[in-house]
Ligand binder design. Structure first.
Ligand code: UT7
Length: 326
């Protein structure tokens, strides 16, 4: 059976319980001779704390908990789900996919399950794929998840990156419906910029080859992010026959509050309409958008019928926008 549209009918999220405030991280790094400060981190990024998973806690565990909460919100059982997509760059294993592990943990065998790898844009990619699959009849009810344990790929000796990221997961239940839903989705990538943000290692002959930690040219990513976010937002709005005046809430990827503000300003969305969680969650890569969405749904800001513009940008270089009516 195919549907004309897909709609978000439940959201959920999960953060590992351990929070590390900037001050504590600064002290920890200072003890190892790495100099940074709360002022630098707050001023340059807006980040005040991050959640970090305990050693041994895997991406699939965060994803499963977020999924349970999204299913509860949608009043559905795991067995009602016939598609699971996990957007992640920090999967439990090389294979099987984290989505298969989530499916096993939820006890809902039989439907399709796979991961998408588009780094911080992963959730927008996963939403676009799930929406297409629902509208073409390949699935009827999907769990679309962004989940990361980015702390595992951080070089804790690199102050330029280790202060920026956190762990967490967010999920939505996307269901086939005659009412919209997902109004537009646009995805892009430009592999020529692959080297400005990457974790360039792999497993070969039982050994890790290459560099197993994230590396980033921060200013280059910053510049590119602001310009591509502007363009893709306009494309998604045009596809839906809408303008920025129709956007009730703007949820950009939560990497840096300065990037988010610059993106909002360029497309002409008031800062009051921007959902910001980067201060509490730091950059959780593919998890950042569904985490922010769930926060704003649960605190009552985002209400049924409102239009929400979500935008991701990150390694690849990849970027995408998804416009939804809640
Ligand atoms: O999620 C995927 C997308 N990622 C992003 O969107 C991240 C994009 N980039 C950024 O958010 C920003 O570029 C950063 C927050 C990473 C850096 O901010 P910036 O304003 O671009 O600073 P910068 O990299 O140009 O560094 C400025 C100075 C440098 O010192 P000098 O060379 O001016 O003496 C850095 O060495 O800040 C220094 N610095 C630090 N100082 C204290 C870099 N990291 C730190 C630190 N503490 N943690």
């Amino acid at each position: 059976m195919s549907f004309r549209h897909s709609r978000i009918i439940g959201t959920g999220s999960y953060l590992p319980p351990r929070t590390v405030a900037n001050e504590a991280l600064v002290r920890e790094l200072a003890a190892r001779g790495i100099e940074t400060s709360d002022e630098w981190i707050v001023e340059r990024t807006g980040i005040r704390q991050r959640h970090l998973a305990e050693p041994g806690v895997a991406c699939s565990e965060l994803a499963t908990e977020a999924s349970r909460r999204a299913l509860d919100a949608a009043a559905l059982q795991p067995t009602d789900i016939d598609l699971i997509i996990v957007a992640t760059s920090t999967p439990d294993y090389v294979f099987p996919s984290t989505a298969c592990l989530v499916q096993k943990a939820l006890g809902a065998p039989g439907g399709a399950a796979f991961d998408v790898q588009a780094v911080c844009s992963g959730f927008t990619y996963a939403m676009a794929v799930a929406d297409s699959m629902i509208r073409t009849g390949l699935a009827s009810r999907a769990l679309v998840i962004g989940a990361e344990v980015f702390s595992r790929i951080l070089d804790w000796n690199d102050r330029g990156t280790c202060v920026l990221f956190g762990d967490g997961a967010g999920a939505v239940v996307l269901a086939g419906d005659e009412r919209p839903g997902v109004l537009a989705a646009r995805l892009h990538a430009d592999g020529r910029h692959e080297s400005i943000l990457r974790t360039a290692g792999n497993v070969c002959g039982g050994k890790v080859l290459g560099h197993p930690y994230l590396t980033m040219d921060g200013p280059a990513v910053f510049k590119l992010a602001v310009s591509v976010l502007d363009a893709v937002a306009r494309e998604a709005l045009a596809d839906a026959g809408m303008t920025t005046a129709d956007v009730d809430w703007f949820i950009p990827h939560q990497a840096n509050v300065r990037i988010m503000q610059a993106a909002a300003k360029r497309i002409g969305i008031a800062l009051e309409k921007v959902v910001v969680t980067v201060d509490r969650h730091a950059n959780t890569s593919a998890a950042s958008i569904p985490l922010a969405l769930d926060v704003a749904v649960r605190d009552g800001r985002i209400r049924p019928g409102q239009n929400v513009l979500m935008e991701g940008v990150g390694g690849g270089f990849t970027w995408g926008a998804v416009l939804v009516r809640m």
